[in-house]
Design a protein around this ligand. Structure first.
Ligand code: HEC
Length: 310
């Protein structure tokens, strides 16, 4: 049934097309083409702004990631050995003093207090600290790093709830036996660690496995919303210009083409009926319509002469 109505519609549109004046046809073509061009410009503007937003997020992510890593390396190289010199009891474990992961996590919590829109997580499949539990996207990243042992990082766009983020992720691999003193058999871990974190999660990790990913998120939702708004503005300004152009073309065609042609066609009809034979159609206009008017006028003069002769 639907296709039957579609056919009727097409026929109607064609009929209307034939009945349409030059001006309407011309304006419809201009309007459709300009609208497509405006859409293309709006879309391109959005894509360019999106690219910019992502490039900016990437460079911010690189800086933040670099700083976290530098702070972790400083801790591991200079602070950790000095701290461990002070304690000779293997069961003493003070997280804020002795774990690089605690230091990075807590440092970033303080960083976030003054600067919103950034997240840092040491996402892990089976963590000691429950908040480090990897979500769906992070689990996929860990699986990716596990399947690609040569991969050293991965960047991309991830959606979490209503927010969109650009992320920079690096794998956390167990490549030192040292890690397994605290993440292997719970019985080997410092007693203090077992007291604080329990013995349920965060243990029995395997040597050379990818256990997690440390990941920095930079929110790009605001930048994308701004890009959309800018593209919308460009589109609306384009549509505005299009409307003004259409009105100008309409008036121009009316004055210069359609009006004179209607006049000429009326005059020709009158001449064919023998009416108004003394009204000159001569014009000084040198354009095509002027030429047509002068030709019809010469025809009128010839008809007048012929009629006088007979
Ligand atoms: C002295 C014990 C100890 C050692 C050694 C240790 N860790 Fe941990 N690790 C911890 C504790 C405790 C946490 C919990 C941190 C927190 O509260 O955020 C942790 C957290 C982590 C996390 C974040 C996920 C989680 O469990 O909360 C990862 C990943 C991790 N460690 C990897 C390693 C790696 C890799 C090594 C070896 C280079 C290592 N750890 C060595 C005690 C240790």
């Amino acid at each position: 049934m639907e296709s039957f109505y579609d056919v009727i519609n097409v026929v109607n549109v064609c009929k209307r097309g034939k009945e349409m004046g030059i001006r309407s046809k011309f304006i419809i073509i201009i309007a459709v083409l300009s609208l497509l061009a405006t859409l293309a410009i709006g879309y391109t503007s959005y894509m360019l702004s999106r690219q910019n937003a992502i490039a900016e997020a990437k460079s911010k992510g690189d800086i933040i990631y670099n700083f976290i890593e530098a702070s972790g390396k400083f801790f591991g190289k200079y602070q950790y050995p000095l701290i461990m010199e002070q304690y000779d009891d293997a069961d003493i474990f003070i997280p804020e003093l002795m774990s690089k992961f605690v230091v990075s996590r807590m440092e970033f919590e303080i960083f976030q207090e003054t600067l919103e829109g950034y997240k840092f997580k040491q996402a892990t499949l089976d963590p000691l600290w429950a908040d480090d539990k990897a979500d769906k996207g992070e689990t996929e990243l860990i699986q990716y790093f596990d399947a690609n042992p040569k991969a050293i990082d991965k960047q991309g766009v991830m959606t979490k709830g209503a927010e969109q983020y650009f992320y920079t992720a690096k794998p956390i691999r167990i490549n030192q036996v040292f890690c397994l003193t605290c993440h292997g058999d719970p019985a080997d871990a410092p007693a203090d660690q077992r007291d604080i974190y329990g013995v349920e999660n965060g243990y029995n990790w395997a040597m050379n496995s990818t256990v997690g990913t440390s990941i920095v998120y930079i929110s790009i939702s605001q930048a994308l919303a701004d890009a959309k708004q800018a593209a919308m503005k460009i589109f609306l300004v384009g549509v505005g210009c299009l409307l003004v152009t259409i009105i100008c073309i309409w008036v121009f065609l009316d004055r210069v083409v359609v009006g004179p042609i209607i006049n000429l066609s009326g005059a020709s009809k009158n001449i064919s009926l023998g009416k108004d034979l003394d009204d000159s159609l001569h014009t000084e206009s040198k354009d095509e319509i002027g030429a047509l008017a002068n030709a019809i006028d010469r025809m009128r003069i010839s008809i007048v002469k012929l009629l006088k002769r007979s």
